[in-house]
Design a protein around this ligand. Structure first.
Ligand SMILES: Cc1ncc(COP(=O)(O)O)c(C=O)c1O
Length: 421
């Protein structure tokens, strides 16, 4: 059955550019001098494949697992479109499994979805949202018992370890000597380096327990490659020392600007439903099977990973402390486990139609998965607009962190027009 998607087009709102970077930017401070330390991650493995984005790595994983006209995919009901695009591209049926409030899979529903009429289920996509561990060993066993391939989505979890609630490292089913680290539980695992490193692209595919890797991705022509590499390097250099604005605004200026914005509502976004679930505009079939940039790989390897990890964790803790006590919002995960290297800070807001627009108009960098396939999952339905993804990456300055936290607090403390505070 074709998927239908919620649509959310913010173009009428005229949101300004963010005043702090949503993703890491190149800085000399972030580069590793000498031999870089390599904290546990399978995504630097020699036997891996490097594509332009994680979505093209997912395409290969789904294909090898048998997703297509003869094989369905179980995918989480809370998702971004590029998680599903590859399955749609393969003409595979996507069955959306519901999630609990902490975004773990609802196991009772999984079994029913597996038994539903249609093509047999060949793969299950398990996402470690925001860098927080899913019960990966349990899901891996569940899949193995049913002959279903587990595709571990580590797009948000380049580093870190899956631990159970008692803090014990979980043991993966395989034997790569990297037990418990993300990416060792799935038959295939996929990562998105561009979310963790200041690189222009990147999507890594690894295989475990004897699963076969596809052929090496193709390289473009020499001239086209050189142009793309030069563009990426120039883009990185332009980020160095770029004025970002947020950190320069005093609290008084921020509050004055907010009062003005709150007094003049923005044009509303265009919302609707797209009945034919085609590919998203972010999926480019012409990029399938192509290798990511060499400069991206270089930047990954030249990044000071221990610094990256420490700063992401510190920024996450600053967010958690900064939003504590707010009545109109709460963090999805207030506590940061020792083993977690967060991708973003997920914040649930009570009145997204009011809060989201004001935050965007202030210039707070936010991602949100407002374009999502329709499903019966109440958590996905609620989180689609309520769950804001706020940056906590290593390249944010102390001033930017302080400004973003002040902006979020100021917006969330405003009385909501026509509603309870
Ligand atoms: C959880 C998750 N999985 C997979 C993807 C696809 O990865 P990429 O953007 O590298 O194609 C994304 C994209 O943002 C994502 O958020």
């Amino acid at each position: 059955m074709a998927l239908s998607f919620h649509r959310f087009d913010p173009s009428p709102c005229g949101f300004p550019a963010p005043r702090a970077p949503l993703l890491p930017r190149f800085s000399l401070a972030g580069a590793a001098l000498g031999a870089p330390a390599r904290p546990g991650t399978v995504f630097f493995r020699r036997e891996s494949r490097f594509y332009r984005r994680g979505r093209y790595a997912l395409l290969e994983a789904f294909r090898l697992a048998g997703v297509g006209p003869q094989g369905a995919l179980l995918a989480p009901a809370y998702h971004c479109r590029t998680m599903l695009d590859p399955a749609q591209r393969l003409a595979g049926e996507v069955r959306l499994y519901p999630l609990n409030a902490d975004l773990t899979p609802d196991f009772t529903a999984l079994a029913a979805l597996c038994a539903a009429p249609g093509a047999p289920v060949r793969a299950l996509l398990l996402t470690h949202y925001f860098g927080f561990a899913q019960p990966a060993a349990v899901v891996a066993r569940w899949c193995a018992e049913r002959g279903i391939a587990l595709i571990e989505d580590c797009s948000h979890a380049f580093f870190g370890e899956a631990k159970d609630v008692s803090g014990q490292a979980l043991v993966a089913l395989g034997s790569f000597g990297e037990f418990g680290t993300f990416g060792t539980f799935g038959d295939y695992a996929v990562a998105s380096p561009w979310k963790f490193f200041p690189c222009a692209d990147g999507g890594v595919l690894v295989a475990n327990r004897g699963a076969v890797l596809p052929a090496e991705p193709a390289r473009g022509g020499a001239a086209a490659e050189l142009k793309a590499e030069a563009k990426a390097v120039l883009g990185s250099l332009r980020g160095v020392g770029r004025l970002r604005g947020g950190a320069d605004e005093t609290p008084e200026q921020l509050h004055r600007r907010l009062a003005q914005l709150a007094a003049t509502p923005a044009a509303p976004a265009v919302e609707g439903v797209a009945e034919d679930g085609g590919l998203s505009p972010h999926y480019r079939p012409e990029d399938e099977g192509l290798a990511g940039l060499r400069s991206s790989r270089l930047l990954m390897r030249a990044t000071d990973a221990p610094r990256l990890i420490a700063r992401r964790r510190r920024h996450y803790a600053a967010w958690a402390q900064g939003v504590a006590g707010l009545a109109a919002a709460r963090p999805l995960h207030p506590a940061l486990p020792d083993s977690c290297v967060p991708y973003m800070f997920p914040l649930l807001v009570e009145h997204p139609e009011f809060h989201f627009a004001l935050l965007k108009r202030l210039g707070v960098p936010i991602w949100r998965w407002d374009e999502m396939a329709r499903s019966a999952c109440p958590v996905a339905a609620a989180y689609r607009l309520r769950l804001l993804q706020l940056p906590c990456h290593q390249d944010l300055s102390a001033g930017e962190m302080a400004w973003m936290i002040a902006a979020v607090r100021a917006v969330l403390e405003l009385p909501v027009p026509g509603g309870a505070p």
